[in-house]
Design a protein around this ligand. Structure first.
Ligand code: UD1
Length: 355
């Protein structure tokens, strides 16, 4: 009987993580995809399935938006009915979103083995919904696939001594796979030259839900736009909150697909962001990053000043902007593995079946 695996995804970064997993799936494996529907806008959802050649989801639970409690409660119920019907050998959950958590809780309660891909990351910021999701998902999981040595150490400190494996980072796999295609004509479309612009993204709840924080961030971006071009792809969550601001100095654009985003990332002067994934993609592409947060779950990116945590402190941001380029010789992509995390995960899951 073939090994049956279900991947549960629902958000933009999870579609990217699924991309290398799909390619590493052995032919003998029956693999199904549950899409929770947490992300549903074309630019956050369909564009990734299409561009990255991910097969359509076998189940779309159409969860959509709602309060965290609603999303989690409803998500668990809807996932339970699919898992009960399909009864897989393994459930794979990815990252730290509400879709990750609902997949983990439903599977744990049904006593289906769960593998958490991107396990062990910690920002140690209890105010981040993602930190709660990471910890809870790790507790529910039967196998913890870590992207970095730091993540393994974090788990050890919390008493996870077995079923922990450092595979390297699956987003590094995705980046390596995408690299050839990630030279799109987006620079021409936006009429910008390489190394002539900053790329900004803001979508974390702690920045967008707190009006005074968001106001401060936008003021900082507008001030910088007096001397620099700022390209600002806006997540729908942020767009809703921006209607009161005069943004005409910024190059506000819709969220981009993966290849366009990587092209813009690679060619930017610097990145300004509160995203976790982008900090790391910037690092891997050797583009300096300024992070509007006080902490990060990717501390490796801080080495040698490639990523600077400024919070929303104007002085710190100005200092980070004025820093000259980082030394390319002091750059260690191997901290994130060798780009073969998905194959290591598949090898482990199939070997465990054979034992
Ligand atoms: C979610 C994840 C976050 C991840 C991000 C990637 C959680 C708690 N957060 O944040 O960790 O970094 O995805 O993008 O799971 N909205 C739309 N269209 C959509 C989706 C959302 O308009 O397709 C709007 C809605 O107003 C919604 C808001 O964005 O209420 C927030 O969406 P939600 O999925 O709850 O969180 P994200 O901010 O996308």
């Amino acid at each position: 009987m073939s090994l049956k695996i279900i991947s549960i995804v629902g958000n933009r970064p999870q579609f990217i993580k699924l991309y290398p997993m799909i390619r590493a799936m052995k032919k003998s494996i029956e693999h199904l995809i549950i899409h929770t529907g947490q992300h549903y806008d074309e630019n956050l959802d369909e564009i990734f399935f299409k561009d990255l050649g991910i097969p359509d989801a076998d189940y779309n639970l159409n969860l959509g938006s709602g309060s965290h409690c609603w999303q989690i409660g409803e998500g668990i119920k809807r996932i339970e009915s699919v898992l009960t019907k399909e009864n897989p050998d393994w459930v794979l959950v990815y990252g730290d979103t509400n879709s990750t958590l609902v997949g983990a809780i439903a599977s744990a309660k049904l006593r289906i083995p769960i593998a958490h891909i991107e396990a062990g990351l910690r920002s140690y910021d209890v105010n981040m919904p993602e930190e709660f999701n990471r910890k809870m998902t790790d507790i529910c999981s039967s196998m913890l696939f870590c992207p970095t040595r730091t993540a393994v150490r974090n788990l050890k400190k919390e008493g996870f001594d077995s079923n922990v494996m450092n595979t390297g980072d699956i987003m590094y796999d995705a980046l390596m796979l995408a690299q050839k295609k990630a030279e799109t004509d987006i620079l021409n479309i936006l009429e910008v030259e390489s190394n002539s612009y900053y790329l900004a993204t803001i979508h974390r709840a702690e920045n967008t839900d707190d009006k005074s924080r968001l106001k401060k961030i936008i003021k900082i971006l507008i001030k910088l736009s007096k001397s620099e071009t700022i390209i600002f792809p806006v997540h729908p969550r942020t767009r809703e909150e921006l209607s009161d601001f005069d943004l005409k100095r910024l190059r506000v654009i819709s969220p981009l697909g993966y290849y366009d985003m990587l092209t813009l990332l690679r060619n930017a002067k610097k990145i300004l962001t509160d995203s976790g994934g982008l900090q790391k993609e910037a690092y891997l592409m050797k583009t300096p990053c300024i992070t509007f947060r006080e902490n990060t779950e990717w501390p490796e990116t801080l080495n040698e000043g490639w990523n600077v945590l400024t919070g929303i402190d104007e002085k710190k941001i100005a200092a980070a902007i004025s820093l000259d380029g980082c030394d390319s010789n002091l750059h260690s992509p191997e901290l994130f593995g060798d780009g073969k995390a998905a194959y290591k995960i598949m090898d482990y899951l199939t070997a465990r079946r054979e034992v």
